[in-house]
Ligand binder design. Structure first.
Ligand SMILES: [Zn+2]
Length: 565
C-alpha cells in the first residue's frame, strides 16, 4: 500500500501495478521468486490507492510515511545557490572560454554547466569564447572549434553567442594603443633576463617611463616587423612593489611569427591570455566570471587593466578543480596519448573527455546533474566512476530494453526435452506494454542445443542444476571446457529457486548475431547477441542481462560500448 500510494501520488493520482511491484521487489529482493503470487495483491492495493483523490493520497503519505517524501524534497533543494550582486547588471552574462586545443572533458563540464545554468536561471546569455591567441604555447587544433560546439550541443548547453579571439586582434590593438597613449602601458625591449632582474628588485625598466609618443613609435615597430620575435613586448603598468612579483607589470601583447592554425599570418602581434581575456570580458559585458580558483592571480592582474580603463570588474565566482578517479583529464596528456597512439582516439573509453563518456553511454543529463551536485564552491572535487554510474543508471534504466548477450559462448546440449518450448522474456520488466522477446526451442529426438556464457560454464560440474532464464531447469551431466552436456531437470522456475540454482542467460544455438562489447579498459568482450539486436538504433542504450548497460555503437557488425553494471 505504501508503494501504491506513493506511485499514485507521483502520477496524478493513478498508480500502475508494474512499477509498484518492481519497487516492492527492489525493497524486498527475497520476494522476487514469489512475484506471481504478489501480483494480485499489488493489483488490489493499486486499485484501492487509485480510488482515493490525490489530496487523500498525499495526506496519507505525509501522516503515515513521511520518510518517503524526503528524498523528493531534498532533490528539489539541490539546485545552485543564487549569484551574488545580480542587481549590478542589466543582464546576467556568463562565459565559457576554452582553448580549442582539445575537446571538452569532465573538468570543463563544470564551468560549462554552471555558466549555462546561471544564464538560464536569470534569463541571461551564455557566451562561448574561443581563447586561441597563443599558437606557440597551446596550439589550437582546427577541428576542435566544431568539436567543442558539438560537445556543448550534446550537453544541451548551446551558447547564445560565440566569439573567436583570433578574429579580434584589431580590438585588442585599439586598446593597446589607447593604454600606451595614456601612459598605462609601455613597449618593453629589455632582454627578458634583464627585465626579470629589475622587476624582482621592484625597479622600473628604462622603457617604462619613455613618453607616450616613443611608446606609440615602438608599437608601430612591433606591428610592421622592425622588431623581431622576442624583441619587444607590451606591458601593463601595475604596482612594482606588489607582494606577488607575477603581478608586476605583466606582459599584454607580444610578437609571434608562427602562422596561426586558423588565420595564418594575418597578425604578427598577439595578445597574451590576461589581456585578451580582460578586454573581452568587458567588451562582451560579462557579468559573472566563473573560473577555476587557480586563476586568482589573473584576476588580480586583470583588475589593474580595468582600473586603467575606468571599467568595473565583473563578479568572480572561483570554483575548484574537478578530477576523475582513474580517468585522464589532463588535456596535454590526452593529446600526447592520442598523437602517440596510446589511446585509440579522443573518445578512448579510458579518457574523461565528453566524447569518451558519450560513447560509453553516459547521458548528458547525468553530467548536468553531477555538476549541479558538485556545485559552485571553490573546493576541489573528485568524481568516481561509481557515482557517475549510479546517476546514469537511474536515467537509462527505464529506457534500456533487455537483451541477452552470451559472451565467450560455450555449447550446451540438453537431452530429455519433449515438445517445443517458448521462452517469453519481457523486453522491460517494468514496461509490459513493450512486449516480449520470444525464443522458440524445437528439440530433435528430445535434444536441443544452446549457447551459454563461458563464465557461466566455467564453474559447472556434474550434478549442478541451472535455470535457463524463462525456459527450463537443467541438470549438468558432463562439463568440458568448451561444451556442457545436460538433461532436462524440471520446468518451473520455483523449483530452481528452491534448489538455489543459478539463473543464467542463453540463446538457442545458431540464432545469435556476432557481437562485440568494448569494455572501459578497451578490452573487447566477444560473443553472440539476440538477433533483434541488429535492428537496434545506434546510440540506443540497452541492458544486456547479467552483463550490464551498454550503448549501441554499430549494428552491422553489432558493436556496443560498456557503460556500467
Ligand atoms: Zn624594458
Amino acid at each position: 500500500m505504501r508503494h501504491a500510494v506513493l506511485n499514485a501520488s507521483q502520477h496524478e493520482g493513478r498508480a500502475r501495478a508494474g512499477p509498484v511491484l518492481s519497487r516492492l521487489l527492489a525493497e524486498f529482493p527475497h520476494l522476487r521468486a514469489r512475484a506471481k503470487e504478489l501480483m494480485p495483491l499489488v493489483a488490489e492495493a493499486v486499485e484501492e490507492a487509485n480510488s482515493w483523490p490525490l489530496e487523500r493520497q498525499e495526506s496519507m503519505l505525509r501522516e503515515r510515511w513521511p520518510e518517503l517524501l524526503e528524498p523528493r524534497e531534498a532533490e528539489e533543494e539541490r539546485g545552485l545557490p543564487p549569484l551574488r550582486n545580480v542587481e549590478r547588471f542589466e543582464e546576467i552574462r556568463t562565459r565559457f572560454a576554452p582553448n580549442p586545443d582539445g575537446p571538452l572533458h569532465l573538468g570543463s563540464a563544470r564551468p560549462v554547466i554552471l555558466c549555462d545554468e546561471y544564464a538560464r536561471m536569470y534569463r541571461g546569455r551564455f557566451i562561448l569564447r574561443f581563447e586561441d591567441t597563443s599558437p606557440e604555447v597551446k596550439a589550437p587544433i582546427p577541428e576542435m572549434y566544431d568539436w567543442i560546439m558539438e560537445d556543448l550541443r550534446w550537453l544541451d548547453a548551446e551558447p547564445d553567442e560565440v566569439y573567436i579571439q583570433s578574429d579580434r586582434p584589431p580590438i585588442y590593438y585599439g586598446y593597446a594603443e589607447k593604454l600606451l597613449a595614456m601612459g598605462a602601458a609601455y613597449v618593453c625591449t629589455c632582454p627578458p633576463p634583464r627585465f626579470r632582474e629589475l622587476y624582482l628588485s621592484e625597479s622600473p625598466c628604462p622603457c617604462r617611463d619613455l613618453p607616450p609618443e616613443a611608446q606609440i613609435e615602438r608599437w608601430g615597430k612591433m606591428l610592421d616587423g622592425t622588431y623581431g620575435k622576442g624583441e619587444a613586448v607590451v606591458r601593463i603598468k601595475t604596482d612594482l612593489h606588489h607582494p606577488n612579483p607575477a603581478v608586476r607589470d605583466w606582459p599584454a601583447l607580444r610578437i609571434s611569427t608562427e602562422p596561426h592554425p586558423r588565420v595564418g599570418e594575418r597578425y604578427r602581434v598577439w595578445p597574451l591570455y590576461n589581456f585578451s581575456c580582460a578586454i573581452d570580458d568587458h567588451e562582451l559585458a560579462v557579468s559573472h566570471i566563473i573560473r577555476g580558483k587557480e586563476h586568482e592571480v589573473n584576476t588580480v592582474r586583470q583588475r589593474y587593466l580595468f582600473e586603467h580603463l575606468g571599467w568595473e570588474y565583473p563578479e568572480v565566482l572561483s570554483v575548484g578543480r574537478l578530477g576523475l578517479e582513474d580517468g585522464v583529464l589532463s588535456k596535454s596528456r590526452i593529446r600526447a596519448g592520442v598523437e602517440e597512439g596510446t589511446y585509440s582516439g579522443w573518445d578512448d573509453p579510458r579518457l574523461g573527455t565528453l566524447r569518451a563518456l558519450r560513447r560509453r553511454g553516459i547521458q548528458p543529463g547525468t553530467i548536468r546533474q553531477l555538476m549541479i551536485q558538485v556545485g559552485s564552491k571553490p573546493v576541489n572535487a573528485t568524481l568516481s566512476w561509481g557515482i557517475i554510474a549510479s546517476v546514469n543508471r537511474r536515467i537509462v534504466e527505464p529506457r534500456a530494453n533487455r537483451y541477452f548477450f552470451v559472451a565467450d559462448p560455450v555449447l550446451l546440449r540438453v537431452s530429455g526435452i519433449d515438445g517445443e518450448h517458448v521462452a517469453r522474456l519481457p523486453i522491460h520488466p517494468d514496461h509490459p506494454e513493450r512486449g516480449t522477446r520470444d525464443h522458440a526451442v524445437k528439440p530433435e529426438d528430445g535434444r536441443a542445443s544452446f549457447v551459454i556464457a563461458g563464465q557461466d560454464a566455467e564453474g559447472m560440474s556434474r550434478g549442478d542444476i541451472v535455470r535457463l532464464m524463462g525456459l527450463i531447469n537443467v541438470e549438468v551431466l558432463k562439463a568440458e571446457p568448451r561444451s556442457v552436456e545436460a538433461r532436462l531437470h524440471s520446468e518451473d522456475y520455483r523449483e530452481a529457486r528452491a534448489l538455489e540454482a543459478p539463473f543464467i542467460h542463453w540463446l538457442p544455438e545458431g540464432v545469435g548475431v556476432d557481437a562485440k562489447v568494448v569494455m572501459p579498459d578497451t578490452s573487447v568482450a566477444v560473443g553472440l547477441a539476440e538477433p533483434r539486436c541488429s535492428a537496434l538504433q545506434v546510440d540506443e542504450m540497452i541492458q544486456f542481462e547479467r552483463f550490464g548497460f551498454v550503448r549501441v555503437d554499430g549494428t552491422s557488425p553489432f558493436v556496443a560500448y560498456y557503460a556500467h553494471n
